[in-house]
Write a protein that binds this ligand. Structure first.
Ligand SMILES: [Zn+2]
Length: 597
């Protein structure tokens, strides 16, 4: 009996399965609550929708554990003591002069010009914090700059230096493996770090490079393991006291006195410091990460594919964590997240979209749903183009299934995780009219909100919209999408004058169809009514009862031909928003004028 229950849970969704695994692992290790789930993000540039997976994956698992009444702590480690690696191209307020900061901690680099934030790190953290607030993601933030500078890791730094030969030995085994893997990848033409740009033509090369850089996050790219020193292996890298960069090489270390000597190749400064008091430096990434697993007692932390190749930090961490008295946490690999439908907008938006961009056009539960419904190892695209309308259709369909009890267990679980956390429900649109309908109305009314709301109220005359608040935030999302993301050539422009030439060229049958439409408008003035009318006109003309359900290819062809005619007369194109929506948005009088009645 109990076995069955467990089996059902395992089938429920990936979050349940991972939470089971983490809870079991904590029991196995005899760890007291709280169970720690970790995210680690480097604020080295825009924190895009791929990086959001680093945050939301542990969030969902931690949230599931909390729902079970188990104390759980989701920590967000800001890798803001990482070095500034490169100056991103095409970033507003940043030019080549930022080259001078390469090698400094991200918290010591000035923000882009015009930023209200104190540092480069703060500037890129801010929008993610905003997105977290909107999506109900609660974390305990930890700044690595603050931790290192405050000497919180002093014992671990001294331990790593003491154990440097053992660490070097572990790393060396993997260096060999990694070299072999690189050779293999070179041979097969399969490089590391396809990044969000791995989706090919959807991002420009420049964006892909930026995305890859950000995706690699915590320094996985040129995973510095501290091996370059000629004077032996040292896992600690100081920032130069004189110039602030990490172009430093440790030349000596005294195990008894903890005195460390370094040379700076950037400014020529040389200095001997005492690691008992010196805190302006950090462990190299591959050692830093397992050290922090141990320090924070991390039980769950996922990572991107770049972290999980042979010789990469997650793999090496398995052997390094025991040196710090811990074991590697449960850590699934998560796949890349791509972007769809941004190509046309990207140049004006300035690069790779971030979560707050997605939240401009998506209700928070919809964004959560995108990540919750896919297993971490499945890649997917976040849609900013026409696919966004289909996404909302799917979401609304799921909500109907949940409401009438017909949703499958997996879908039900994803819906629960999208719409709520252990702390409560996320805000939803009280009256979720179809996104594509709202978008069409905004399209046709050119962003005149008052007019749009009036038309939306007419869609269902029996159930008028009480207040525009009932339509929000979906109304705002649709407005921002239509006005900010839909390219001009895809927008609908309603004719101001009738197309006299086209009207003059119509045959008798076409004129009759327009008369039937014009005569029926007032009586059918609702979304349902007009749907009925526009499909009914070709039926009447063929002598078919408009109420009859008919499957007839010739009728379908006649309906399509009729729709094209109406579109051409209203918007000078063969297609447009759904015809009933378009008619409502244009208004009965103007429709009659444009179709010659
Ligand atoms: Zn220096």
């Amino acid at each position: 009996m109990t076995d069955n229950v467990v089996e059902q849970k395992v089938e429920l969704d990936w979050v349940t399965r991972l939470a089971d695994e983490v809870v079991a692992e904590a029991q196995h290790r005899g760890v007291d609550a709280p169970i720690v789930c970790a995210s680690g993000i480097s604020p080295s540039g825009p924190i895009h929708l791929g990086n959001f997976r680093e945050l939301i994956t542990p969030h969902l698992v931690a949230d599931e554990i909390k729902r079970r009444g188990i104390d759980c702590d989701h920590i967000l480690s800001w890798d803001d003591f990482d070095r500034f690696r490169r100056v991103p191209k095409n970033l507003a307020g940043v030019d080549d002069s930022w080259e001078q900061y390469i090698g400094m901690p991200l918290t010591s680099v000035p923000p882009p010009a015009g930023s209200p934030h104190a540092s480069w790190a703060d500037h890129f953290k801010a929008p993610l914090l905003e997105a977290m607030e909107a999506t109900g993601i609660e974390v305990r933030q930890i700044s690595q700059t603050e931790q290192y500078r405050a000497g919180v890791y002093r014992d671990q730094v001294l331990l790593a230096m003491r154990e440097r030969f053992a660490i070097d030995k572990v790393l060396d085994q993997y260096r060999t493996l990694e070299a072999a893997e690189n050779a293999r990848q070179k041979a097969t033409g399969k490089g590391k770090g396809a990044g969000a740009g791995g989706k090919g033509p959807k991002l420009t090369e420049e964006q892909a490079a930026a995305a890859t850089e950000a995706e690699r996050g915590s320094g996985a790219a040129s995973e510095d393991d501290g091996s370059e020193g000629k004077a032996g292996y040292y896992p600690f890298k100081p920032f130069c006291t004189a110039c602030g960069t990490d172009f430093t090489t440790v030349t000596a270390y005294d195990d008894d006195s903890h005195e460390l000597t370094y040379d700076c190749t950037r400014c020529g400064h040389s200095e001997t410091v005492d690691l008992d008091t010196f805190t302006n430096g950090k462990l190299v990434w591959k050692v830093d990460w397992p050290m922090r697993w141990a320090h924070e007692h991390v039980m769950f932390e996922p990572s991107g594919v770049d972290h999980q190749s042979p010789g990469s930090s997650f793999v090496v961490g398995k052997d390094l964590a025991p040196i710090f008295g811990w074991e590697r946490p449960v850590g699934p690999m998560y796949a890349f997240v791509g972007i769809a439908g941004m190509a046309k907008m990207s140049s004006s938006k300035g690069g790779v979209p971030i979560p707050t961009d997605a939240l401009e056009v998506m209700e928070a539960p919809v964004l959560r749903w995108l990540y919750a419904r896919r297993r971490p190892n499945q890649s997917f695209d976040v849609a900013f183009g026409p696919e966004l309308q289909r996404l909302y259709d799917e979401w609304d369909a799921l909500n109907r299934k949940v409401a009438d009890g017909s949703a499958q267990p997996g879908d039900l679980a994803a819906h629960l995780r999208a719409t709520s956390t252990a702390s409560g429900l996320l805000p939803a649109t009280p009256r979720p009219m179809p996104f594509r309908t709202i978008a069409s109305v905004i399209d046709v009314t050119q962003g005149d909100e008052e007019q749009a709301v009036r038309i939306l109220s007419e869609l269902e005359p029996d159930n008028p919209v009480g207040s525009t608040d009932d339509l929000r935030p979906r109304l705002d999302c649709a407005e921002r999408w239509m006005l900010g993301y839909v390219p001009a050539q895809d927008r609908t422009i309603v004719r101001t004058k009738p197309d006299a030439e086209l009207l003059g060229s119509l045959d008798e049958q076409q004129r009759e169809s327009l008369r039937l439409l014009a005569d029926g408008l007032d009586e059918h003035w609702s979304l349902d009514g007009l749907t009925h009318l526009v499909y009914g006109v070709p039926k009447i003309q063929r002598g078919i009862d408009p109420e009859a359900k008919v499957k007839d290819p010739e009728l379908s062809a006649a309906q399509r031909t009729f729709f094209v005619l109406v579109y051409r007369l209203l918007v000078s194109r063969d297609t447009g928003p759904r015809l009933p929506t378009l008619l409502l948005a244009v208004g009965a009088d103007r429709v009659r004028t444009l179709i010659g009645h």
